[in-house]
Design a protein around this ligand. Sequence first.
Ligand SMILES: NC(=O)c1ccc[n+]([C@@H]2O[C@H](COP(=O)([O-])OP(=O)(O)OC[C@H]3O[C@@H](n4cnc5c(N)ncnc54)[C@H](OP(=O)(O)O)[C@@H]3O)[C@@H](O)[C@H]2O)c1
Length: 329
Amino acid sequence: MKPTILVTGATSGLGLSHSIFLSYQGYDVIGIARSVPSLEELEERYRKDHRKYKIKNGKVIAGKSTLPADIESNLSEKLELIRFYKCDITSTESMEELFNSIDKLDVLVNNAGFGLFGSALQLSLEKEREQFEVNVIGQLEMVKRSLPLLMKSNQAKIINTASLAAYYGIPFQGHYSASKAAIHKLSESLRLELKPTGIQVCTLDPGDINTPFNSSSVRQTTGQGADMLDLEGLMSSLEYLPLPSYLDDKTKEAIKRNEREVWRNIVKNLVISPPPLVVSRKLEKIIRKRKCKVHYKVGSRFQVIAISAAQRLFTDNFANWLMGKFYGL
Ligand SMILES: NC(=O)c1ccc[n+]([C@@H]2O[C@H](COP(=O)([O-])OP(=O)(O)OC[C@H]3O[C@@H](n4cnc5c(N)ncnc54)[C@H](OP(=O)(O)O)[C@@H]3O)[C@@H](O)[C@H]2O)c1
């Protein structure tokens, strides 16, 4: 029988791409998110993520599709096969409803998550809680609720989405980096704890991938929206983030300058990054593996090699300094 795979955050970016690719590969896919748009809208989102983009005079120029012809031609058919459910991974009732509706599960792909932008000097306790509520507690709750079904499978896997940010903290994305580092550690422990059950646990750690991730970071941080291709809109959207009054003007200006520079680099990097399909292909390979490793890095060759090299060769101080340089500090 086809393995059943539950993908969280299945209506956008990586989760949408995973759901389509896995459906295309013949898996039985259940996709969840807080709201489920029409299949036409999902198709449009997926196509938008899978175009080649370049930046010219501060504007994004869209190029050709990066999708293979066989996926392009079967897209709506494959989307129709995905079983979408509305579910908020921070709501107990919502998760209860979901698990009352499904009776088979072989692989949990814990993917739903978002990023905040801003420093600890700027973000409220409420925002900080939301960050950990979704990225950490939500993922963990999904694991706990999936276990009874996974126990019945002889090929069970839990694949938790972390990030390359789990290895080294990104400036002005400390909360996000910390949430992903927490997923690393929880997954490492869980993997050892679940050994007698036969359920395998690993993390999937993408680098920059071109998805609406930055738009959603802006929405989550400020409550306002900006399209993933609107560089100016994205760059100006975080200007308002206030700094505390106990800082003198010179210090405030220096922090603001750094913040602008980092955000500018983050926005520019994402849109020219690899498309989500790169990560979905890696995910499918992990699902097929008899034994999975603890962590899988995926993304641009440069980012994956740089992080691997930093882990093996660099001191923590040097790696921290390099992270600053990469983001323009
Ligand atoms: N893109 C990157 O460069 C990158 C790099 C490393 C790691 N990642 C990680 O990859 C994952 C997916 O990111 P993405 O780039 O695909 O972001 P995205 O395009 O913003 O998609 C996020 C998905 O998560 C869903 N979601 C958010 N909160 C949820 C909740 N409480 N309950 C259920 N679903 C929820 C969203 O749908 P609703 O809003 O409708 O719920 C959406 O489907 C995240 O964990 C992210 O941290 C991304």
